[in-house]
Ligand binder design. Structure first.
Ligand SMILES: NC(=O)c1ccc[n+]([C@@H]2O[C@H](COP(=O)([O-])OP(=O)(O)OC[C@H]3O[C@@H](n4cnc5c(N)ncnc54)[C@H](OP(=O)(O)O)[C@@H]3O)[C@@H](O)[C@H]2O)c1
Length: 318
């Protein structure tokens, strides 16, 4: 049984997701949380991971460590996205199993699902048709992680499971215009345009695609729910179950930032897939659902951005 003094290793604790998970666990009184920076423990290195597990023997492992990046990085470095993520998750899963770790929570992303999935996307659609080409390498690694946890569960009867979040946003997101996702990129664009006397903001596409956004603290709450409850199955979507158009999102962020210039939609740029919404009924049936409204979440994220914009991270490939 997991309790407040159980040893919990959060891999990737300095990332947007890992840091939200650590903060959430601490706020609930979990007091035996183990963390390592990548500079102290390179999770791609089998010997280092083997030694770490033999010393620490965590009871729970939460895997929020991954090589993560935007479309350009995924396009230019598919080999690293495949191999590094396979190494990280294989080492974590293998040495958790060998060291009697009772619970393993693997985090992936909704890109594991086929490109042309019916909407909303159910967990059962995994591996039913082809993946989106732009992040295929990353998705293949994550699918291997989902399957490894599923096989541990089947073969060894252990509580190893996978949570697949939709698009995330929140404090410590990546706001760099070259590498960021749509929501933090819009915050940066509207803020910078406002600073330059409310210059027009140019956004890609028509604004008509629909997307779902989950506050990272809601994901942290879902991870804690998975920690505190035995999940009967191996794969769960985590989202809000609600989506909005990119145009609606832009108007909401424009209003929150206080930008009063024009928005220009550059429809020579691709829109991407028209809709990508997760079916979240499986988690809801177990008793978990997201709480943060999109507007409240963006206000909080924007406040964090204003306080921290001097120190914003960029994706680095080495
Ligand atoms: N952000 C999103 O919108 C989103 C959406 C859905 C799912 N997810 C999933 O959530 C997870 C975390 O994403 P994130 O956005 O938090 O990423 P992130 O901010 O880039 O953080 C990734 C973390 O992984 C660690 N890491 C990377 N390579 C490592 C290595 N070789 N050894 C040890 N640690 C390593 C980094 O550690 P250091 O900081 O110590 O270098 C970093 O803390 C990923 O599995 C991702 O698929 C994210």
């Amino acid at each position: 049984m997991i309790n407040k003094v159980s040893k919990i290793y959060v891999a990737g604790h300095r990332g947007m997701v890992g840091s939200a998970i650590v903060n959430h666990l601490k706020s609930l009184g979990y007091e035996n949380i183990v963390t390592r920076r990548s500079g102290e423990l390179d999770l791609r290195n089998q010997l280092e991971v083997e030694y770490f597990f033999s010393q620490e023997k965590p009871k729970v492992v939460i895997d929020a460590a991954a090589r993560v990046g935007g479309i350009l990085a995924n396009r230019d470095y598919p080999y690293q996205f495949l191999i590094d993520n396979l190494k990280i998750q294989n080492n974590l899963i293998e040495f958790s199993l060998l060291n009697d770790c009772e619970k393993f929570i693997f985090l992936g992303s909704s890109c594991i699902y086929p490109k042309f999935s019916p909407q909303p996307i159910k967990e059962d659609y995994l591996l039913t048709s082809e993946l989106e080409a732009t992040n295929e390498a990353y998705a293949l690694a994550k699918i291997a992680g989902v399957k490894a946890c599923e096989y541990v569960r089947k073969q060894f009867g252990k509580d190893y499971s996978s949570l697949m979040p939709t698009n995330l946003y929140g404090p410590r997101d990546n706001f760099d215009l070259e590498t960021s996702h749509v929501l933090p990129a819009m915050i940066t664009k509207f803020y910078e345009a406002k600073q330059q006397g409310n210059q027009p903001v140019i956004l890609w596409g028509t604004g008509s695609p629909m997307r779902e956004f989950l506050h990272v603290d809601d994901l942290a709450a879902a991870v804690t729910f998975a920690l505190e409850n035995e999940l009967p199955d191996n794969l769960y979507n985590v989202g809000t179950g609600v989506d909005i158009t990119i145009k609606e999102l832009a108007l909401m962020i424009q209003q929150i930032v206080g930008h009063s210039g024009d928005i220009i939609w550059d429809d020579s740029k691709p829109d991407g897939t028209p809709r990508k919404l997760l079916d979240v009924s499986k988690m809801k049936t177990l008793g978990w659902e997201a709480k943060t409204s999109l507007k409240e979440g963006i206000i909080e994220t924007y406040e964090w951005y204003l306080e921290n914009s001097y120190n914003l991270k960029k994706v680095k490939i080495s």
